[in-house]
Design a protein. Structure first.
Ligand code: ATP
Ligand code: MG
Length: 647
């Protein structure tokens, strides 16, 4: 390797990080606490491999979010000094989907595949239960069954026992649901991984092909991989054993998606000859923040031993504030932010983190009232909005005429007068609108026939029109703008969102939509909450603790550090779940570089009722010497002349 490139890549790494980068071949485990440069080391390692001449296409770097992959790509390009081919970098789902697409015919699928999100999967499960007869087919029954099946599909047993992992009581629902997916040439999120795994496991030629192509695996946030994900990589990587994983068992926070941090703890046994690197210097936080977060995590029984040090000795005390209610809490946090801004900090330096999405509402209201620019990550579900789902459903039907779930969604959206008789006929044809249109008489089926003609027209247009134009054509022809009613505030917002979708479609090549539609839908389906987060812009970030993984901010507020919220009430009965909640708080605390504020409210209006929560038990584990306490609970606020709200 050119010595200049080498020194550029290794520059700025500490000794341990450098050794971990240079350990290019064979199994490598980098296990370290928060902020110790795990992600940085992995980034430099990918750059180092490419610079050493390893073909980029043989490297796979798996990240927890698309956003993290994008950030890594940017840094790698920087380290490599500009344009170069980059390896595969992205989530497990993206990687597995690329395998599935290439070999889908082996499993009886064709391209383009439809990828069903949660709501589409739910519709399908409802159909599965209805056709099974026994169940009611109500949405809550369907949601329960779907969630049970999803847990199984993400768990260890399915890897070890295959279909036998599905208990008899769920077997019929499972089989029907899976065969419906197959009929519709569709996969749900879980199946993306499971199908790729089954291709690698049951087809030696495909496995050999994957093994000859992918020779280096690097995995960030390894503590949060689940069994099917890891099994897929293990199968491919065992041919070359170049697998480098990076993780922190203290930060495992996705067990509700069957993440299993024992993969990290068992890695050395599973991969003989593993070289292990411990990174102990933290570059992110002050010593006070490190000690406080260590105090919290140290109470967990099931964990490895680690200790971090930093050169940022001392640092500001951790502020623990008790406020009267959730509105006072938000108000108090906004006051602290205003103070920080006066001291010269930027709004973009601040983040408010919370356990549950609903907590964001009061902050949003205050931001709007005070004209404070903000972004919500993890709660603002652009892709789940009705108007976006509607527009996408049209595109999905155009891409995949077998996609009956999307057809069912749009059949009367906007209302086009297709009556119950016609709907029944369409249903009987498996939502094949064109077939149904031929069967229907003009009297009952006039509207359906018109709609079938529109769909045929859209499908034809896709062969010539670029994607943004196609979307505009669809919206105009179906009268979606009028249906949104942009004269009302809500309608205007809907229409704006649809315009944003068209804007996003403009990023795709200017070619007939039929060529880019598959790629567009695929990227849309794999989208995550964090994708739309802006970095480097000067706005306040409001986000859930789960989405904050891997990020850092100079000033962090964690709101609602209360019993019932953090730890969450659902976790209170299980010691393992409490440990996970503790890790979640640990992740939140270790996002902070300089200042950390933890707040709790005495009373809280949540889920439509008032509750009175005690401060979180986790707060007791922070050494008192590190804490500055603020108490503005209900009694003190009554006597506090400044707190006019309560006087
Ligand atoms: P997390 O556990 O939260 O994912 P991490 O271990 O992945 O954290 P990074 O995000 O890679 O840590 O690094 C944390 C911060 O420390 C970043 O701002 C990074 O640039 C900085 N950093 C890491 N290593 C060094 C180093 N050797 N010298 C200077 N800064 C460093
Ligand atoms: Mg990281």
């Amino acid at each position: 390797m050119n010595p200049e490139a080498k020194s550029r890549i290794l520059e700025g790494l500490n000794k341990r990080q450098e050794q971990a980068v240079l350990a290019t071949d064979g199994p490598v485990l980098i296990v370290a606490g928060a902020g110790s440069g795990k992600t940085k080391t992995l980034t430099h390692k990918v750059a180092y491999l490419v610079a050493s001449g390893v073909p980029a296409h043989s490297i796979v770097c798996l990240t927890f979010t698309n956003k993290a992959a994008d950030e890594m790509k940017r840094r790698i390009l920087n380290l490599l000094g500009g344009e170069t081919n980059l390896p595969f970098m992205g989530t497990f789902h993206k990687f597995a989907l690329s395998i599935l697409k290439k070999h889908c015919a082996t499993l009886g699928f064709s391209l383009p595949l439809s990828i069903y999100d949660e709501s589409e999967s739910l519709t399908l499960m409802r159909h599965a239960l209805q056709s099974g007869g026994g169940e009611t087919g109500q949405s809550d029954a369907a949601a329960r069954v779907l969630s049970k099946i999803s847990r199984i599909k993400n768990g260890r047993e399915i890897v070890e026992q295959g279909i036998e992992a599905v208990p008899q009581t769920l077997r019929q629902a499972f089989d029907t649901y899976e065969s419906l997916l197959k009929q519709k040439n569709a996969v749900d999120f879980d199946n993306i991984i499971l199908h790729a795994l089954s291709l690698a496991k049951n087809h030696p030629d495909i496995l050999a092909n994957l093994q000859s192509r992918f020779r280096y695996f690097l995995i960030d946030e390894f503590q949060d991989t689940n069994s099917p994900q890891y099994a897929l990589v293990k199968l491919i990587a065992r041919a070359h054993t170049n697998i480098c994983v990076v993780g922190d068992d203290w930060q495992s926070i996705y067990s509700f998606r069957c993440a299993d941090f024992t993969h990290l703890l068992r890695f050395e046994q599973e991969w003989p000859g593993t070289r292990v690197f411990f990174l102990e210097q933290n570059y992110r936080s002050t010593q006070t923040i490190l000690d406080a977060s260590h105090g919290v995590i140290a109470q967990n029984a099931y964990r490895t031993e680690k200790r971090l040090f930093t050169e940022h000795a001392g640092g500001n005390q951790i502020v623990v504030a008790r406020l009267a209610d959730e509105r006072m809490e938000a108000w108090w946090i906004m006051e602290r932010i205003a103070e920080k801004l006066k001291q010269g900090c930027a709004l973009g330096d601040c983040a408010v983190l919370f356990r549950t999405n609903v907590q964001s509402r009061v902050f949003e209201e205050l931001c709007m009232e005070r004209a404070i620019p903000y972004q919500i990550v993890g709660a603002y579900r652009f892709w789940q909005r009705k108007e976006i789902q509607d527009a996408l459903a049209y595109l999905k039907c155009i891409a995949n005429p077998k996609d009956s779930v999307s057809m069912e969604r749009i059949i009367n959206v906007p209302k086009r007068g297709i009556g119950p008789g016609a709907i029944q006929t369409i249903k009987n044809t498996g939502w094949d609108i064109e077939q149904a249109a031929q069967k229907l008489s003009l009297k009952i089926g006039g509207a359906a026939q018109k709609f079938a003609a529109s769909m045929a027209f859209f499908r034809d247009s896709a062969k010539t029109m670029p994607l943004p134009e196609l979307i505009e054509t669809i919206l105009a022809k179906i009268g979606y703008r009028e249906w949104c009613d942009p004269e009302t505030e809500q309608g205007a917002e809907r229409w704006d969102n649809v315009q944003e979708l068209i804007g996003l479609a403009r990023a795709y090549p200017n070619e007939p939509a039929a060529l880019s539609l598959g790629q567009f839908l695929e990227s849309v389906q794999l989208v995550q909450d964090t994708d739309r987060m802006q970095t480097g812009t000067n706005v306040l970030t409001l986000m859930t603790l789960h989405s904050a993984k891997g990020l850092e901010f100079p000033i962090v507020f964690i709101a609602g550090v209360e019993e019932g919220i953090l730890p969450h009430e659902r976790s209170l009965r299980s010691p393992d779940d409490i440990e996970e909640e503790r890790r979640l708080l640990y992740v939140g605390m270790t996002r902070a570089k300089n200042d950390l504020f933890l707040t709790c409210a005495q009373h809280r209006f949540i889920h439509g009722e008032y509750s009175a929560n005690e401060p979180s038990r986790f707060l007791n584990d922070i050494p008192e010497s590190l804490i500055e306490r603020v108490d503005q609970g209900i009694l003190s606020s009554l006597y506090d002349s400044e707190n006019t709200i309560y006087l």
